[in-house]
Design a protein. Sequence first.
Length: 202
Amino acid sequence: MCGRFLPPMRPRTLLLILLSSFFTAYIWFAGSAPGDQELVGVGPDALVPLYELFNFFGSTLPAALTWALLTYLVYRLWGRREGLYTLFTISYFPLSQIFKHLVGRVRPNGLLLSYPSGHVMFYCTVIGGFILLWGRGGGMRRLLSIIIFALIYIFSALSRVYVRAHWPSDTVGSLLFSLTLLSLLGDYLIGLGPGNGTEVEE
């Protein structure tokens, strides 16, 4: 019955939608998560130059230029569907802004709104989406793409928590939102959803 009203999507996509919705509702009503107060501002001082790089390239202008460059590059390398996939990763930005205002959570430094982190969503959605596209097809390249994705998430999250721009739980929510968005784009723009005959390409 649901299939008549909802477009087909992978079980993974449905699970991610549920997880991101549940986690966001939890933050919305609880206001914080365990470890937020204790971990904010914490991080190895030796990595400060790396944090600064992540914070700079995740800001609006560098992020927009990176997204435009990757969209063109993906289109040239892999074709129209993959180019559209990368083009629509920019939807992370309005999504993050909508939920910042809905949740209304203030940052640890007292400035602006906090949940989710636009920086972390940029790295996980735009950069991470490109890396996961590159890693399609299985084998060692897929494993490497997952490792690189995980490292990008970890360092982008640490960079925002260290400078007290976000609570640790903001970065967890950002990861869930990003994975959900990438999974939806995969289902509808590059044909990974049920019935497309390309599920093995994940």
